[in-house]
Design a protein around this ligand. Structure first.
Ligand SMILES: [Zn+2]
Length: 364
């Protein structure tokens, strides 16, 4: 390869040297990009006979007057270091490309990943779970495909019990040949995990169960066949309804703000006795009445109650410590979707499941 002729330097004042050497630095960079591979680059700059550095040394360094030799020599060394560094980088780059079997254009700009956002349902669920974690509850989960036993029978919904009709259930096909309690279905509530937790450990138990549940509901603005629940279970000796009230009252204040009040109404669930519905004072209007609370000042948010003795009996076969004569406990449950919709002002539950990025981007 023929080297370009190197003109004599002419003058040796700092300004001329600056200009000449910075032009050479640029040339080093340009040739590193232009030449195909480190070997050609090395020949061009460090070749023994025709390398630019050799020519430079002959034309500039050796011709320099004695008083300028030191400064030219210094710049000469700097340039040489830069050339060697560039060569080293080219060699490494070559090694990396060889490993990948292709060449990498490191000058291409990268593709910045788009930042995602936590889904409003997951965020609501996490926030609520944390409230209970701070009270010493642990978190449990279980399968979404369940047996009839865990979803209904163990929770005091015996076969044919009318309360089963309140939960329109999606059942798996081709289960008819199995005994009724072993037939598979999509769980209609996370209460199944209450049973599984008690079966796996003796009391005391303090556990919250966040999770996805399924019902055979038509989709509309407030219903979805898939939705989310958080349930809680506390079992020990001497657990009373007062503990239940105190726990939920504290949890609602921790989640919605210290001004929120709670009130309890009698209700019915097969797995608790007595049972209650819980309303909280509207956190948006402070109880004065607004659109979110339908101008009543109160919002119904939870179901709860003292664990029914029949539920303990269903578990006691595997864990005899759950003798209803010796332990007591409470359970509660709430719909995460409704709380998320209320908190973020979402009017259509379908948006939570649409996967529409324009909707989700708002929660970044
Ligand atoms: Zn209100």
């Amino acid at each position: 390869m023929d080297a370009d002729p190197l003109p004599p330097l002419g003058a040796y004042d700092p300004e001329t040297l600056d200009q000449a050497f910075s032009a050479l630095r640029e040339e080093v960079e340009t040739s590193a990009r232009a030449l195909a591979g480190p070997e050609l680059f090395r020949l061009r700059w460090l070749g023994r006979k025709q390398g630019r550095l050799k020519l430079l040394s002959d034309a500039w360094l050796k011709e320099a007057p004695p008083e300028a030799r030191r400064t030219v020599g210094q710049r000469f060394n700097e340039l040489k270091a830069a050339i060697e560094q560039t060569l080293h980088a080219l060699e490494q780059q070559g090694d990396a490309s060889a490993l990948l079997g292709e060449s990498i254009d490191i000058s291409l700009p990268g593709t910045a990943p788009r930042l995602g956002a936590e889904h409003p349902l997951m965020r609501t669920m996490q926030d609520m779970v944390q409230v209970f974690e701070r009270m010493g509850y642990s978190v449990a989960s279980g399968p979404e495909v369940e047996t009839d036993f865990y979803n209904f029978e163990a929770l005091n919904f015996p076969p044919g019990h009318p309360a089963r009709d309140t939960q329109d259930t999606l059942v798996l096909a081709n289960q008819e040949r199995k005994p009724a309690r072993e037939r598979l279905l999509m769980r209609t509530h996370t209460s199944t995990v209450q049973i599984r937790t008690m079966e796996s450990q003796p009391p005391p138990v303090r556990v919250v169960i966040p999770g996805k549940v399924h019902r055979n509901d038509e989709s509309d603005a407030t219903h979805s066949p898939v939705f989310h629940q958080i349930e809680g279970l506390c079992v020990g000796t001497d657990i009373t309804f007062a503990d239940l009230k105190g726990t939920l009252d504290h949890a609602m204040r921790a989640f919605f703000g210290p001004a929120v009040r709670t009130r309890f109404f009698p209700s019915f669930f097969p797995f608790t006795e007595p049972s209650a519905d819980v309303q909280i004072s509207c956190p948006f209007c402070g109880g004065r009445g607004c659109r979110k609370c339908k101008h009543s000042g109160w919002i119904e948010l939870l179901g709860c109650g003292m664990v029914h003795p029949e539920v303990f009996r269903a578990v006691a076969g595997k864990q005899p410590a759950y003798d209803p004569a010796r332990v007591s406990g409470f359970a509660f449950g709430m719909g995460v979707d409704r709380i998320a919709m209320m908190k973020y002002g979402i009017t259509d539950i379908g948006l939570l499941y649409s996967g529409d990025a324009r909707f989700l981007e708002q929660f970044r």
